[in-house]
Design a binder for this molecule. Structure first.
Ligand SMILES: Nc1ncnc2c1ncn2[C@@H]1O[C@H](COP(=O)(O)OP(=O)(O)O)[C@@H](O)[C@H]1O
Ligand SMILES: [Mg+2]
Length: 134
């Protein structure tokens, strides 16, 4: 697997969620992604970027355009140095929120992409990696 190009979009403030969506659309242009797949990916980005701001205290969205054999993919990595997620199973449950959300962000994002990886450590932060192949 090759990384064709990469970059970082800071996700610190509420308005950065919009920039994360825009960056995703721009980078996806390199991948010839179908509109339906791009729409799913951007929806996942909204949820994960918002979590990064609201729960993670801000962080980054690193992006990578991947090449693996014939296929091209877009990988997005949301990382923060916030409190971490104490109970991943609970956090991934539809409808569960520790705040005042709908509790559908993590579980929804997972369903919208082909690869979803969540790494977290209490007191150290959270890293969520999603990948959508074209
Ligand atoms: N980056 C993060 N850092 C710490 N906790 C998080 C993070 N992302 C999600 N969580 C936790 O997972 C829960 C579920 O997230 P989500 O499904 O997006 O629902 P909601 O945003 O509506 O609360 C959140 O309420 C929060 O407790
Ligand atoms: Mg959320």
């Amino acid at each position: 697997m090759n990384v064709r190009s990469s970059g970082t979009q800071p996700v610190r403030l509420e308005q950065d969620v919009v920039l994360a969506r825009q960056t995703t659309r721009k980078v996806a242009g390199e991948c010839k992604m179908r509109l339906i797949d791009l729409t799913k990916l951007v929806t996942a980005v909204s949820e994960l970027a918002r979590n990064t701001v609201v729960y993670g205290g801000g962080g980054d969205m690193d992006w990578q355009v991947l090449e693996d054999g014939g296929r091209v993919g877009l990988r997005l990595i949301f990382s923060d140095n916030g409190p971490g997620i104490p109970d991943i199973r609970l956090a991934m449950t539809d409808g569960w929120t520790s705040g005042s959300g709908l509790g559908l962000g993590l579980s929804g994002a997972k369903r919208l992409v082909e690869e979803f990886e969540l790494e977290t450590a209490p007191g150290q932060g959270t890293r969520i990696t999603i990948t959508r192949w074209t």
